[in-house]
Design a protein around this ligand. Structure first.
Ligand code: ZN
Length: 415
């Protein structure tokens, strides 16, 4: 499969945003669906809300004994429990993203020096696929001076008020326009699972930076959702696998097994730190809540989110916090054989030491760019709304041409 596959998906996504259509979500919420069905999904969500709270409370009761033994937990899980409460507003009673992001963030806090407000600067930090920055701002302190890359200008435009970002670049994260050996850290969260040609992408990342901090989903990710999880527990292995394959395709993912991924990163990198987490069993228990909210991944659907953060806040937040902390603690007690997530800090095999030249490079001819003009190509790099559109010619027309300014963007998606 060509490495541009995910970009094609995102270009379609950008066009939909341009048309003020809701991206992602369940199939019936997509383009061409009727408002009636959208209302129908919200009616189901409302009807399911008491069940969601009841299920959450039962889960906390059943798993509570395990959750008490936090001293025996792995460091990552203990750290993640301390971070869980900060995700409640973004994901109320929506434990899947709250658990995943608490664990991801715990890894980053431990293994990315640039995330430590007290640490001395480590050199240029590049964050790829930064989105609208809601996760990025949890990683980096305000003075971090991150150069943020994102293909979707409607997402990137939301990062304007984030003080840790110095420059905003609309660019292809699979082949970043960064000069070789210039970044101390290349950070990329929650993108690689969307990339089919992972070899080529990891190779590109390994040439531009000394270290790379990234994560990936394993095949356990698709297998853990409620329907494939149920089918597999009923002994219907083949149906479970085909359902998981459909989920993988629908969420634009390209998943590999953990051993495959572990081999893959070692081609271009030495592994400095590797942690895998969020076992298939924990994931399945969390995914039941997603099913009751009629959604898969983030964002949390707006209507239940408004109710759980509004009139039901006192009850829902207390319960949601216990639920997420309990599930993280439960996850920490499981064998690490069927984990859905893996995080790495990697050291490039191709970068011996950093060069002092300009960080950015022309996406067409790859010359280092000291300003916004590429002399060899005789072209000015377009800058719109505080974002540099550093895209190869073939993509520039579509992304910049389809960009209608910040007013056309949706509100924050909080992915
Ligand atoms: Zn050029």
């Amino acid at each position: 499969m060509p490495s541009g596959e995910i970009n094609r998906g995102y270009l379609a996504f950008i066009r939909r945003i341009g048309l003020r259509e809701r991206p992602g979500g369940a199939r019936w919420l997509r383009r061409g669906s009727s408002a009636l069905l959208r209302v129908g999904a919200d009616v189901v969500r409302l009807a399911m809300l008491p069940l969601l709270l009841l299920y959450g409370a039962l889960l906390v009761l059943v798993l509570a004994r395990r959750a008490r033994r936090t001293q025996e937990l792995p460091d990552l899980h203990r750290d993640a429990i301390g971070l869980a409460a900060s995700f409640l507003d973004q994901y109320p009673m929506h434990p899947y993203p709250a658990i995943a992001k608490s664990l991801e963030l715990a890894f980053l806090r431990r293994h990315l020096p640039a995330s430590d407000p007290g640490a001395p600067p480590t050199g240029p930090v590049v964050e790829l696929a930064v989105g609208e920055g809601s996760f990025s701002e949890r990683i980096f302190p305000p003075g971090a001076q991150v150069t943020a890359f994102e293909l979707n200008p409607y997402s990137l435009v939301h990062t304007m008020d984030l003080p840790h970002i110095r420059d905003r670049i609309v660019a292809d994260a699979l082949d970043p326009p960064v000069a070789p050996s210039t970044a101390a850290y290349v950070v990329c969260n929650n993108l690689l699972h969307h990339v089919s040609d992972k070899e080529r992408t990891l190779s590109a990342w390994s040439r531009i930076g000394e270290r790379c901090v990234t994560n990936e989903n394993t095949t356990a990710w698709a297998a853990s959702w409620m329907l494939p999880g149920l089918l597999s527990r009923l002994g219907m292995g083949r149906a479970a696998r085909s359902t998981a394959a459909r989920i993988e395709a629908r969420t634009l993912q390209s998943l590999r097994t953990l051993p495959d991924l572990q081999g893959l990163v070692r081609t271009d990198f030495e592994v400095e730190a590797e942690v895998h987490y969020f076992h298939e069993r924990t994931f399945f228990l969390a995914a039941v809540c997603s099913a009751l909210l009629v959604c898969k991944g983030p964002p949390t659907p707006a209507l239940p989110k408004a109710i759980l953060n509004g009139p039901l806040r006192l009850l829902a937040h207390r319960l949601a916090r216990r639920l997420v902390e309990t599930l993280i603690a439960y996850d920490g007690t499981l064998p690490r054989d069927r984990d859905a997530f893996v995080s790495w800090r990697l050291r490039s095999r191709h970068v011996d030491r950093l060069t002092d030249g300009p960080l950015l490079a022309c996406p067409d001819c790859r010359s280092a760019l000291s300003g916004t003009r590429c002399v060899p190509c005789d072209q000015e790099i377009p800058s719109v709304d505080g974002m540099l559109f550093l895209l190869p010619r073939r993509m520039r027309e579509e992304v910049l041409g389809g960009y209608r300014g910040p007013s056309a963007a949706l509100g924050r998606q909080h992915l």
